[in-house]
Ligand binder design. Structure first.
Ligand code: ADP
Ligand code: ASP
Ligand code: MG
Length: 424
């Protein structure tokens, strides 16, 4: 007997037939004698619709700033998961399974106060464990918890993955299965590159980079939690027949295992390619090259909660002036430009230029630590396709390259084949 947390994403619970199918997956594990807790997302598209309602509330005459109270945003957008958790509990009960739905505030899943992007602080696992011992299946609404202000708090988009891994850690589950619309983690997004291959295993560090750099198959925070708490996490498909051979395999279920790097025997140099759309570039021209200039730029941006990513600085020929270029999410460009113009005197730049709609493509692999020339191959491959590089950043296990938006798919495919990822 094992203890398993099963999480089902939005496409897996998109309608009543799919919820019925999810219930069959749960029944398989219950019938095998396992203790099971389930986490669900909202029906696919639902959270976007709810966010849209909040953001499109008609504005007060004379104001064009979108206004909403983050606590009420959470009250609205968390409702999608309330519906699916209840529906799945009903589907399970109709199959004779003792199931009960739980909202984040009922367990409770305690979070911090960052409404809209809250972090889980604590989950009391004892009660869920006791109920599991009595044969009850808890169906938990993902994406939500209870803040210190005693109000609903949501965990940021894609946050049900994090709910699932956090619950798995709290109840000391043997496994956390993330069921989605693909049958595992691929070498790149299979929607962009049909030749992408499914990985049998991927190291925590690599999955963390893939997720941070745009592969939305797992929320970044869920990978961090799985790594810290050593949760055995699998990504697998809910669209396969729940009773197909091997689906109930305890140690090697079909899918991708996220694990420690020493569990991976044959480590490739490059494991995967990720991409993030909607990046924007801002350049400050002819800054005085003096100590404190970076602090004068990035301090106020940080205070305005603007996430700055790639930073490139050029020194002019005589060394007295510098240009600073950096990227921010496209949605934050106007806010960033306002912060920069408010601080123009203090920063001391000549002109500011900006460009939105860019894409960051990244090459990821632990094997890069011990191999030279990985970045050079990426630059060569992109050059051969006439793709211009606007900025580059590297770390020990990744290279990120900023390019024009329309080249995103070509760049992903080009890099994918440049590292032989399409060949098994
Ligand atoms: P869910 O609703 O189940 O949480 P998501 O849409 O959040 O599902 O994540 C699954 C999607 O992630 C897939 O449909 C796929 O297009 C995308 N994806 C991006 N990169 C990868 C990758 N490397 N491997 C697998 N899927 C990926
Ligand atoms: N429903 C939420 C979202 O769409 C959470 C999730 O699906 O993980 O972001
Ligand atoms: Mg998701």
């Amino acid at each position: 007997m094992a203890r398993i947390v099963m999480k089902f994403g939005g496409t897996s619970v998109a309608d009543l037939n799919r919820i019925h199918n999810v219930a069959r997956h749960v029944k398989r594990e219950v019938d095998a004698g396992h203790e099971v807790a389930v986490v669900v997302s909202a029906m696919s598209g639902k959270t976007n619709e709810l966010v849209g309602w909040v953001e499109n509330m008609p504005k007060v005459a004379g104001s064009n700033a979108p206004f909403y109270d983050a606590r009420e945003y959470d009250a609205v957008v968390a409702s999608g998961e309330q519906v699916t958790s209840g529906l799945l509990a009903i589907a399970l009960q109709s199959m004779g399974i003792n199931a009960r739905s739980w909202q984040g505030w009922q367990l409770p899943i305690k979070t911090d106060n960052a409404h809209g992007a809250a972090r889980i602080l604590d989950i009391e696992g004892a009660d869920i464990i006791r109920r599991m011992g009595e044969g009850q299946v808890a169906v938990v609404a993902g994406f939500q918890g209870l803040g210190p202000d005693n109000r609903l708090a949501t965990l940021g988009r894609g946050g049900s993955d994090t709910s699932a891994v956090a619950i798995a850690a709290a109840v000391k589950a043997d496994r956390c299965d993330i069921y989605t619309d693909v049958d595992g983690v691929y070498t790149t997004d299979p929607r962009i590159e049909p030749k992408a291959r499914r990985l049998k295993k991927i190291a925590f560090e690599e999955m963390l980079e893939m997720a941070s750099l745009g592969a939305k198959v797992l929320q970044v925070r869920s990978v961090e939690l799985a790594m810290v708490h050593k949760v055995r996490t699998f990504v697998r498909s809910s669209f396969e027949d729940p009773d197909a051979p091997g689906m109930g395999d305890l140690l090697n279920p079909p899918g991708t295992l996220i694990c420690d790097e020493d569990e991976i025997v044959e480590q490739e140099v490059v494991t995967g390619i990720a991409y993030a759309k909607d990046e924007a570039q801002i350049s400050l021209r002819r800054l005085a090259d003096r100590p404190g200039v970076s602090a004068a730029i990035f301090g106020p941006l940080a205070e305005a909660h603007i996430n700055v990513d790639m930073i490139v600085q050029n020194i002019s020929e005589d060394g007295s002036k510098t240009d600073m270029t950096f990227t921010v999410p496209s949605g934050d460009v106007n806010k960033a430009l306002k912060v920069l113009s408010d601080n123009k005197e203090k920063i001391g730049y000549d002109v500011v230029q900006s460009e939105a709609g860019l894409v960051k493509v990244s090459v990821i692999g632990i094997g890069m630590r011990s191999h030279a020339g990985v970045a050079a191959s990426a630059f060569r491959a992109l050059a051969d396709k006439g793709i211009n590089i606007k900025a580059i950043t590297t770390s020990e296990i990744k290279i990120s390259i900023l390019i024009d938006g329309p080249y995103a798919e070509l760049a992903v495919r080009t890099l994918h084949s440049a590292y032989g990822l399409d060949k098994s």
